[in-house]
Design a protein around this ligand. Structure first.
Ligand code: UDP
Length: 396
């Protein structure tokens, strides 16, 4: 089977944690190379950009086609008006190469717009994964800025796609209720986690690998540095935790200068400069040492459609504290594998961090339960479900 995977703004080889590169990029590279081993050939179409120095490493297994579509430096909120050029570029490539596709798999609303145009040209089914949906994000995140077209387009794409993949039942319900899509058209297929890469390692051994002091207590954040992630609340919590030896490690690229400066100012105001380490972005291979060096992981986001970092932390046997929003309740079992924060409550965040820092036995029990739960989200399960869906759509 030959599939055209459309990821307009998300080059899967970009270092995750950097500008506009995160869970979706990781998902696409994992899915594309794992489906390839199952005999499904995937051509990935993404936009030409000038970010060569941010590419993580060579991914020989991935066939990536870069499409010239407008200013390569523009960020994702400005791409919409160049999407017709992207469609044209994909159509030109397929006719030049005499390459046809049996299925289109689109990622994020921008790619959904492209996919519906390609569907009309090629007459093949389209699967869309939105990754985030504007309507849900808006309900939870007061500082949301996005392209005005997005909400309208998400409805059109939902109605015109042959199938929609979501990562949690929360999004499925939203699409059914707000866009009037039949439940049978929406499949909940959560991503997996690479259990060979992310696994428990002795904490002192992990700390030695990254030269972290042995006797400190460490709270870890992993992800893009964006206001949506709610890191300001974590800084406020840290300032009220009265243990001299507690440090916060923030992993993620520093490209969002406005947010980084805002967070650094909060650190100065709260006298936290000595306690917060901005590490920058870290490669997949090194990340496991950070997860394993931490006492706990925190994701205090306003909204997350899933939260891959929680799953990775769980696979390393560490509990997470995260907001009770979006897909996070589908990965954290409250009081068992970590804690979920109702209403993103600061008081509750402080309390839960203190519990995990002070009660080592509880923290280890939760970490073991988290690992066990992560073992049920091995990539094989997701890949099987995707394969079945691809077969169903192409055999019609
Ligand atoms: N990530 C990474 N290096 C970094 C920071 C993040 O590889 O320096 C990865 C992280 O391991 C996770 C992804 O980026 O796989 C972030 O996904 P998540 O779902 O947590 O957040 P999103 O970016 O989708 O909002």
């Amino acid at each position: 089977m030959k599939v055209a995977l459309i990821s307009v703004h998300g080059d899967p080889t970009l270092q995750a944690g950097g500008k506009d590169a995160g869970g979706m990029n990781i998902y696409i590279r994992e899915v594309a190379h794992r489906l390839k081993s199952e005999g499904i050939e995937i051509d990935i179409f993404t936009r030409e950009h000038n970010r060569q120095e941010e590419l993580e490493e060579e991914f020989e297994a991935l066939n990536i086609i870069y499409i010239n579509a407008g200013d390569p430096d523009i960020d994702k909120t400005g791409i919409f008006s160049d999407l017709d050029k992207f469609v044209e570029g994909v159509l030109n490539y397929s006719s030049r190469q005499n390459q046809s596709y049996e299925l289109i798999y689109a990622h994020y609303w921008l790619s959904g717009v492209v996919a519906i145009e390609l569907k009309n040209a090629w007459n093949v089914p389209v699967i869309t994964s939105f990754h985030t949906i504007q309507g849900i994000k808006k309900e939870n995140f007061p500082f949301n800025k996005d392209n005005q077209e997005r909400e309208k387009q998400e409805r059109i794409i939902s109605l015109q796609s042959d199938s929609i993949i979501v990562w949690s039942s929360h999004e499925k319900k939203f699409i059914e209720q707000n866009f009037g899509v039949k439940p049978s058209k929406i499949s909940v297929i959560p991503p997996g986690v690479d259990l060979d890469l992310f696994h428990p390692i002795n904490i002192q051994e992990a700390r030695r690998k990254i030269q972290m002091q042995e006797r400190i207590r460490t709270i870890l954040y992993v992800g893009r540095i964006e206001r949506l992630k709610g890191l300001d609340m974590l800084l406020k919590a840290l300032s009220q935790i009265h243990h001299e030896d507690t440090f916060l490690y923030i992993i993620g690229g520093m490209y969002n200068v406005e947010e980084v400066n805002r967070l650094k100012k909060i650190c100065i105001d709260l006298n936290l400069n000595e306690k917060v380490h901005f590490i920058g972005s870290i490669s997949r291979k090194q990340l496991k040492y950070y997860y394993n060096s931490a006492d706990l992981h925190v994701l205090p986001s306003y909204y997350e459609s899933f939260g891959l970092s929680v799953l990775e932390s769980a696979a390393c046997g560490k509990p997470s504290i995260a907001s009770k929003v979006g897909g996070l309740p589908s990965i954290i079992r409250d009081n068992e594998t970590g804690f979920l924060l109702e209403q993103r409550s600061l008081d509750s965040l402080i309390k839960k961090i203190e519990i995990l820092l002070n009660d080592k036995e509880l923290s280890e029990t939760m970490g073991r339960a988290a690992r066990k739960q992560a073992e049920n989200l091995d990539w094989d399960i997701a890949i099987n479900q995707l394969k079945n869906l691809f077969d169903k759509l192409t055999s019609k």
